[in-house]
Design a protein around this ligand. Structure first.
Ligand code: HEC
Length: 156
């Protein structure tokens, strides 16, 4: 009797809508990535305004007239994600930029914002890639600090 009951339960289970549900459509992860990128861009914009705009202007412009490179349509930002993180960490450190202690997430967000603004269109920069690149540079933060890189002659 117990076995019969178990069989009924299994059959009911198989017929239930949960089991009959189709596999998630392959579009679902794409949508998720797009939503995450959009959220990152939104978070990145105020970070740009606060920490970068004074030099790079509201429109990401610049050029020879102001001695700042334009951030529009620039290959600087559109290289591989690890390269762009590396260049950014070096840039912040070199300039000893006020508020340079950006968290991994803030750094990723501002780069994702820039890679999708001023005529650029690119993949999001994931915060999860930042720590390993900080490690490569011997940086605990983006602030200037004496580190192994300096004592070894460094890369500045
Ligand atoms: C004090 C002025 C100043 C501030 C603030 C500043 N930058 Fe820059 N930025 C420069 C100058 C000057 C250069 C060109 C020389 C260089 O690369 O250091 C540059 C270059 C760049 C480049 C291209 C160069 C490369 O190596 O990829 C990017 C991208 C960039 N900045 C992004 C940012 C972002 C993002 C912020 C804010 C978190 C920021 N900058 C804040 C002055 C500034």
């Amino acid at each position: 009797m117990k076995q019969l009951l178990a069989l009924v339960i299994v059959l009911v289970g198989l017929a239930s809508p949960a089991f009959a549900q189709k596999k998630p459509s392959p579009k679902a992860p794409v949508k998720k990535v797009a939503a995450e990128t959009a959220a990152s861009i939104l978070r990145g914009k105020p970070i740009y305004t606060q920490y970068c705009q004074s030099c790079h202007h509201a429109d990401g412009g610049g050029g020879a007239a102001t001695l700042k490179p334009p951030l529009s349509n620039t290959s600087h930002l559109m290289t591989s994600r690890s390269k762009v993180i590396l260049r950014m960490l070096m840039h912040l450190r070199r300039q000893n930029i006020n508020g340079g202690d950006l968290t991994d997430q803030q750094l990723a967000d501002v780069l994702t914002y820039l890679r999708n603004s001023f005529g650029n269109k690119g993949l999001a920069v994931p915060a999860s890639e930042v720590p390993q690149i900080r490690k490569v540079l011997f940086l605990k933060s983006t602030h200037y600090e004496h580190s192994a890189a300096d004592t070894m002659g460094g890369w500045r």
